[in-house]
Design a protein around this ligand. Structure first.
Ligand code: IGP
Length: 261
């Protein structure tokens, strides 16, 4: 079945009573040559899928940590084209589903049609484009329709119940439940409404709900993970890779897998 790669990976983790753990990395941070080693490292650590950020000069949803990582990646010349070329050299060694996260502009520059083709060829499992709202996603969707690339939709804390239902009905792979109002980055507290919000989402969504934004500690992985089908951790992972704290990443993933089952 088309669009099943990402969904199956998450559902099979959930079927074992576990939750999905999806790290985010910024492609090109530390040099594009590190992309392969980071992906294989995370794959070996047992993550469910990997979200790969494409650096962009105007990243409206990115907090300071991800922004800086994007600036470092752009400074060493990383482009969507060079990332896809790099992925082409090793994608056959990757078994964990890869999800590309990019703003719309780099896609337009690259060419939407060609992008969809290349993603399909490289076995990309999903695509997140945070500045393309549901209403604008038809074109992308139509280009991805014959591929196994799922177009992941985001739901915000402020989405009305009606909007939530519309978004989940269009959801492919998983629903990205944004857990805070604002930008990415480590937080020490979450909205009191989050629990109710995630419950509502889970009730109406035919695909799994992964919660992301602000999650960095094991306690947060545990508490928010228990309310969703899995978590996405960005800034904490990006920062640890930047500092080459690989043990720390491995420990967080291993400990997360334990607390999430
Ligand atoms: O960094 P955090 O707070 O852990 O959040 C994940 C996030 O970084 C990653 O999923 C992401 C980075 N940039 C985005 C833009 C939109 C949606 C999601 C993202």
């Amino acid at each position: 079945m088309a669009k099943a790669k990402l969904l199956n990976a998450i559902q099979s983790v959930n079927a074992h009573g576990d939750k999905a753990f999806v790290p985010y990395i910024m492609a090109g941070d530390g040099g594009l040559k590190t992309l392969k080693s980071k992906i294989l490292f995370l794959q070996a650590a047992g993550v469910t899928a990997i979200e790969i950020g494409i650096p962009f000069s105007d990243p409206v949803a990115d907090g300071p940590t991800i922004q800086k990582a994007g600036e470092r990646a752009l400074a060493n010349g990383t482009t969507l084209r060079s990332i896809l070329q790099e992925l082409e050299t090793f994608y056959q060694e990757v078994s964990v589903p890869l999800v590309l996260m990019t703003y719309y502009n780099p896609l337009l520059n690259y060419g939407l049609e060609q992008f969809a083709e290349v993603c399909d060829k490289l076995g990309i499992a999903g695509l997140i484009v945070p500045d393309v709202p549901l209403e604008e996603s038809e074109l992308l969707k139509s280009l991805l329709i014959k591929t196994d690339v799922a177009l992941v939709q985001l739901v915000s804390l402020t989405s009305s119940p009606e909007r939530m239902e519309k978004i989940v009905a269009a959801g492919e792979g998983f629903i990205y439940a944004v857990t805070v109002n604002g930008i990415t980055g480590v937080r020490d507290r979450f909205d009191d409404q989050l629990e109710k919000h995630l419950k509502q989402l889970k009730d109406v969504s035919p695909v799994p709900i992964l919660a992301g934004f602000g999650i960095s500690t094991l306690e947060q992985v545990k508490s928010i993970g228990s309310l969703a089908d899995g978590v996405i951790v960005g800034s904490a992972i990006v920062e640890a890779f930047h500092r080459t704290e690989l043990e720390k990443i491995k420990e967080l993933i291993e400990a997360s897998k334990k607390v999430l089952n």
